[in-house]
Ligand binder design. Structure first.
Ligand SMILES: Nc1ncnc2c1ncn2[C@@H]1O[C@H](COP(=O)(O)OP(=O)(O)O)[C@@H](O)[C@H]1O
Ligand SMILES: N[C@@H](CCC(=O)OP(=O)(O)O)C(=O)O
Length: 374
């Protein structure tokens, strides 16, 4: 049964638009599409809603401006293209938004900005300040400096992280496709549009192919990752075609357009960061008793159930907690270093002081700093 879409009370919206919707096959920017999108976003802004735009397209636009026939294989040249293209994109957005009297602010993020808790909170404060000042943040990955190890890699995941960061009510992913299909529509003419998703199934993941054009990154697979993250955060996602007439207005009006992904949980902000923002520094393996205590009884992780430690983490880092079958059961912020956990593993909490010479916490990972099923 289809759940009614009522977005009348949505106050904060993150809209992500992909390269394939912003660039013509000629490699030149699709000004009509861009202007159209900006008009709709400016209208949302005028309604008193807070709008954040996550935009792709910097590399694609820069590649064409620099006269490359296709995206260069070489990283510095790709980053040079991003530097050129990002400036061009921002110039166009600034111009179109200004026509409607709306001020924009460019925010370029790297994976590291969100992986570090202090920088994550700093980024959040900046976004809140921009919104308080009535500015529409225009966000992209900082492709010019981001190298492989510190990349989000695709803007779908970036959009979901941003939506979680600012506590958005709704994320709209605009692409060159009408929504999620039960098979890759490029290969199966009979593929059917799925109008709503309450759980992302393995069949949907199997059907999610790569990018539709040479410009897109990640294709449907990264959109499903982003939607899964948003569902876990407690946010609604709508995936729709950017070129659909008045798509943003119609989505917000509750029209049955594209695919809606309904929330499956309600993760609080800090736990969102633990599960998806922070980088994992090591693994703690636990026995069956500890796994049950965490999963079924809502307990913290104590030294007694720990069997093995992997990695070289510091206190305050994020670690994965691995069950006896080798599968991750939780993720959390650890209260001791890897060397300390190794020394107290299997012991009762009463023995921590005797072994380490100090005891700041009974718990190796406290329940409040732990997320199950991350
Ligand atoms: N199951 C599926 N449902 C819908 N689209 C799919 C599916 N599998 C693969 N795709 C492809 O994903 C493309 C969108 O991803 P991508 O090219 O990365 O777009 P964007 O630039 O908007 O991020 C579509 O053009 C479509 O061809
Ligand atoms: N940050 C890159 C876009 C990366 C990306 O995810 O692209 P897309 O799949 O088109 O949303 C750029 O601006 O070119």
């Amino acid at each position: 049964m289809s759940v009614e879409r009522d977005f009348s009370r949505v106050g904060r919206v993150v809209v992500k638009v992909g390269s394939s919707s912003l660039i013509y096959p000629t490699g030149r920017p699709n000004l009509a599409q861009m202007e159209n999108l900006v008009r709709q976003l400016a209208d949302l802004h005028n309604q008193g809603r807070q709008v954040l735009l996550v935009t792709s397209g910097a590399i694609g636009v820069g590649v064409h401006r620099l006269g490359f026939a296709r995206r260069p294989a070489d990283l510095p040249e790709t980053q040079a293209a991003a530097a050129v293209g990002q400036g061009m994109l921002m110039h166009m957005y600034e111009k179109f938004f200004a026509e409607y009297g709306v001020t924009t602010g460019q925010v370029l993020l790297t994976r590291e900005d969100l992986a570090d808790r202090r920088r994550f909170l700093n980024a959040r404060n900046t976004m809140y300040a921009l919104m308080r000042l009535g500015v529409v943040p225009v966000i992209n990955e900082n492709d010019t400096v981001a190298v492989e190890e510190i990349k989000f890699g695709d803007n779908d995941n970036l959009a979901a992280l941003v939506a979680g960061l600012v506590d958005a009510d709704l994320m709209i992913l605009l692409s060159d496709i009408a929504g999620l299909y039960d098979a890759d529509p490029r290969h199966y003419e009979q593929a059917c549009l799925i109008d709503q998703v309450t759980e992302i199934t393995p069949a949907m993941e199997d059907a999610a192919g790569g990018a539709g054009t040479g410009l897109g990154t990640g294709g449907m697979a990264t959109k499903l990752q982003a939607a899964r993250m948003a569902m876990h955060f407690g946010l609604v996602t709508v995936l729709a075609r950017a070129g659909e007439k008045d798509v943003v207005r119609r989505v917000l009006a509750g029209e049955k357009l594209g695919t809606v992904f309904w929330p499956s949980g309600r993760l609080e902000n800090k736990k969102r960061w633990i599960a998806y923002g922070s980088c994992v520094s090591g693994n703690i393996h636990v026995d069956g008793g500890a796994a049950r205590a965490l999963l079924q009884k809502g307990k913290s992780l104590l030294p007694s159930g720990i069997t093995r430690v992997e990695g070289d983490f510091e206190m305050g880092n994020t670690v994965c907690i691995i069950g006896p079958d080798g599968v991750e059961i939780a993720r959390g912020i650890v209260n001791y270093t890897a060397a300390e956990v190794d020394r107290i593993k299997g012991l009762q909490t009463g023995e921590i002081f005797r072994v380490l010479g100090h005891k700041d916490y009974d718990e190796v990972v406290h329940r409040n700093n732990m997320v199950l099923d991350a």
